[in-house]
Ligand binder design. Structure first.
Ligand code: ASP
Length: 359
């Protein structure tokens, strides 16, 4: 009856008023990026260094935001944001990757499409300039999800990727970190104090989610060690029904908790519960809100901390919330939304806005 009355009212409205009433809501998109979490000491960071990190984060954020603002896909936005960070020597991904114990740079990366949960990943590649692009190629042009080492490089060659000389990835600062680690018998954490992995998560105007992560791993890694970044469900996960997550931190712990999938699974369970509960109760709203997403991300990060691990995550929800959660003193990060939020931050107390695209 109510619907019938609404229909009659719409039929009687003048055309201009009708156009106003049924005009679609403005497009909504959202993006979050990270460039690693860790023990970041304000006093030890010079203004120049800070400005350099903020500028590099802004370049990545703007590249991804441009894709989304122009109506591009979340997948393309994730790649657009990650590529400049892989190319920047400031981050532990692509050029500027940390060194293995044997003095090489071995790169890991993964990407996931929330539409169909298709995913691609590579581990231990040494000659591919942008591992995120190779991960995506694994997703689209192979029957597999994860390729490693020389096999991944053979696949890259067959797919037309140029061979980048290994020296391209090596930077003096990362080499010095390995040398210091060996000389002073330090752990990877003691020598770095931070994780420089990069990642991006996005919601596009069609409501699709995507996540991607890229890293050189941890300084002094041995025996073909692979961290969480290329592990779908640990460092990266995207599911249109729940969220898109990218992680950075002590990879062993993120693998053990299954961080990215754990966050998405809990969020999906809350949504499913609410959908059912709404049928039997008027009290519970169906939408999964900011509080739940932040609460769940914080709870999963607390689980990581409980095991002894540290680091952080970025996530974007289907309703466009861009969220950070980390248990370190800082995380290189940024977020942008269709509501006009555009910010980069480094230390824990610096987020200015609640990044929710409310229209
Ligand atoms: N998660 C990465 C790894 O364990 C390290 C990082 O976040 O920088 O390989």
């Amino acid at each position: 009856m109510k619907n019938f009355i609404t229909l009659i009212a719409l039929a009687l409205m003048p055309a201009a008023a009708l156009a106003e009433t049924v005009a679609p809501p403005p497009p909504k998109w959202s993006l979050a990026i990270h460039g690693g979490a860790g023990t970041l000491n304000r006093d030890a960071m010079t203004p120049e260094k800070r400005a350099a990190y903020e500028a590099a984060l802004q370049v990545a954020l703007d590249a991804g935001a441009k894709v989304l603002a122009e109506g591009g896909s979340a997948m393309d936005a994730v790649k657009a944001a990650i590529i400049p960070m892989e190319d920047s020597p400031l981050f532990n991904a692509g050029r500027g990757a940390v060194f293995t114990w044997d003095g090489t740079n071995e790169l890991d990366s993964s990407i996931m499409d929330g539409r169909d949960r298709s995913a691609g990943a590579v581990a231990g590649v040494k000659t591919v300039r942008n591992p995120i692009l190779l991960a995506d190629k694994v997703r689209t042009a192979s029957p597999h999800v994860m390729l490693m080492g020389t096999g991944a490089e053979q696949f890259a060659a067959e797919q037309g990727f140029a061979v980048t000389p290994p020296e391209y990835f090596a930077t003096p600062a990362r080499r010095e970190a390995l040398e210091r680690m060996k000389a002073e018998q330090l752990s990877a954490l003691d020598v770095d104090h931070k994780f420089g992995t990069v990642g991006a998560v996005a919601l596009d105007q069609n409501g699709n989610l995507a996540a991607g992560t890229s890293t050189g791993g941890m300084t002094g890694k041995r025996w073909g060690r692979v961290g969480d970044a290329p592990v779908i469900g640990a460092g990266t996960y995207a599911d249109n029904r729940a969220c898109a997550v990218s992680a950075t931190g002590w990879g062993e712990y993120f693998i053990r908790v299954g961080v990215a999938h754990e966050i998405c699974a809990r969020l999906r369970a809350v949504g499913e519960f609410k959908a059912v509960a709404e049928d039997v109760s008027d009290e519970i709203p169906a939408e999964v809100g900011m509080d739940e997403a932040q609460y769940i991300a914080d709870a999963v990060m607390a689980d990581v901390a409980g095991l002894g691990g540290d680091g952080g995550v970025i996530l974007v929800t289907p309703d466009g919330r861009a969220i950070f959660s980390f248990n370190t003193s800082g995380m290189n990060r940024g977020r942008a939304t269709s509501a006009g939020v555009n910010e980069v931050a480094i230390f824990g107390d610096e987020d200015k806005a609640s990044a929710t695209p409310d229209h």
